[in-house]
Design a protein around this ligand. Sequence first.
Ligand code: PMP
Length: 337
Amino acid sequence: MTIANSTAELIGNTPLVKLNHIPAEEGVNATIAVKIEYMNPGGSSKDRIAARIIDAAERSGELKPGGVIVEPTSGNTGVGLAMVAQQRGYRTIFTLPDKVSESKRAVLRAYGAEVVVTPTDAGPDDPRSYYQVAERLAKSIPGGFRPNQYDNPNGPASHYATTGPEIWEATDGKVTHFVAGIGTGGTISGTGKYLKEASDGRVVVVGSDPEGSIYSAPSLADVHQYDIEGVGEDFYPKAYDRSIPDEIVKANDAEAFEMTRRLAAEEALLVGGSSGMAVVSAIKYAKEHDLGADQLVVVLAPDSGRSYLEKIFNDDWMRANGYGDIVERTTRPSLAE
Ligand code: PMP
């Protein structure tokens, strides 16, 4: 029987697909393959960390029957936690700033999560901020548990246990480079550690980072806002092991969004902005290091473009945010024109 007992059993074992057009157009000879994490049941790589964080908290006794999971998250981690928690009978409460779109709140509620909306303009030290509200709720609600994805070692451990071995096996150990965006740092730290160990240090690990984020900023004065979601930080989380990436290649919002649209239009891969960013970094690295046709670069694509239809794939939003030239470059003239 190949019927899964619950959606949690379907997490992982995501497929790899080769890019057939973009590398050639960019003058890249190496093979670039994308690991499609939107094939996870909750739609992102974050399903992996949710399952492991909940398993570990059950074992350690931090999460007991009837417990309540409280986390400040607006995105993929919330979906993963809500999905796994629901099946095991835990309540989930997510705090998120009011800038988060109604459709993202609706997804969390659909899985049965409770959503507490906080003012976006409240900084991390403000008692009304989504971090502080989550802290208070987790402490005051009996059975409250804060997964804290930025500090939780089970984030990187989940990628060490699953994502790394999957890539190694799917490529028969022929992977030469691994490229991933850095948010909490869990993906690159866990997957990169596994691939380096499996290959006796041969696999090169490349971090991809939005321009303005701390991981690639020359100094703190260069840390600034950017539009790509889910990646980059303004502090160093514990989930990130700085010794793992061999190099960090940054990409700016415009480069990432243009590539995200090209992946959909040219490779039939509807992925999110952080996936486009990682492909940009992979191409920059391959060009800079003149990678030959015998090199196999695996790029992790964390989530689906469906979560960004109102932004990256919406021409009006793109134009209103100064990306109009990208719309012109990536939109085919309709038959009528
Ligand atoms: N892309 C997206 C869309 C994400 O939600 C995340 C997780 N924050 C990442 C990339 C980065 O993954 P990680 O936190 O493991 O570094």
